[in-house]
Design a binder for this molecule. Structure first.
Ligand code: THU
Length: 140
């Protein structure tokens, strides 16, 4: 992992994800996560993790953001920023990687902390040999 300097569009995505992080509902883990997605139409959709007293029903920030984008009819995802507090940048869970892959297999992934750390990677790197719509002959 290396800390990187971002361009203005990616830094803006991190800024929106950081703001969204403040709306996270994480009274159980106390691990607040914010995510912001930029689409090919150059719109930003954001989400935060929402926990539940029935722990397994918790929704991650990344999937909240994807479902917001797709639900708004904006399905081609170009980049995602995920922000947490603390020393270590986040790492999206397996379920979120799979859901992100469906709508943005070539997506750029920016993993950041509120303190200024930034790691840039891609979804292909995070989820090699992925199962996706092409294997079903579907996708539209
Ligand atoms: N979480 C996310 O929202 N995104 C991640 O990348 C990792 C995990 C949430 C789920 C749960 O609310 C809390 O973080 C602890 O797992």
């Amino acid at each position: 992992m290396s800390d990187e300097t971002l361009g203005p569009a990616d830094e803006e995505l991190v800024r929106v994800a950081s703001l969204q992080r403040e709306r996270a509902y994480a009274p159980y883990s106390r691990y607040k996560v914010g995510a912001a997605i930029r689409t090919k139409r150059n719109k930003i959709h954001s989400g935060a993790n929402v926990e539940n007293a029935s722990y397994g029903l918790t929704m991650c920030a990344e999937r909240s953001a994807v479902f917001g984008a797709v639900g708004a009819g904006d399905r081609e995802l170009e980049a995602i920023a995920v922000v947490v507090a603390g020393d270590e940048p986040p790492s999206p869970c397996g379920a979120c990687r799979q859901v992100l892959y469906e709508h943005g297999p070539a997506m750029r992934v920016i993993l950041a902390t509120t303190g200024g750390r930034r790691r840039v990677t891609t979804l292909r790197e995070l989820l090699p040999d992925a199962f996706g719509p092409a294997r079903l002959g579907a996708g539209s």
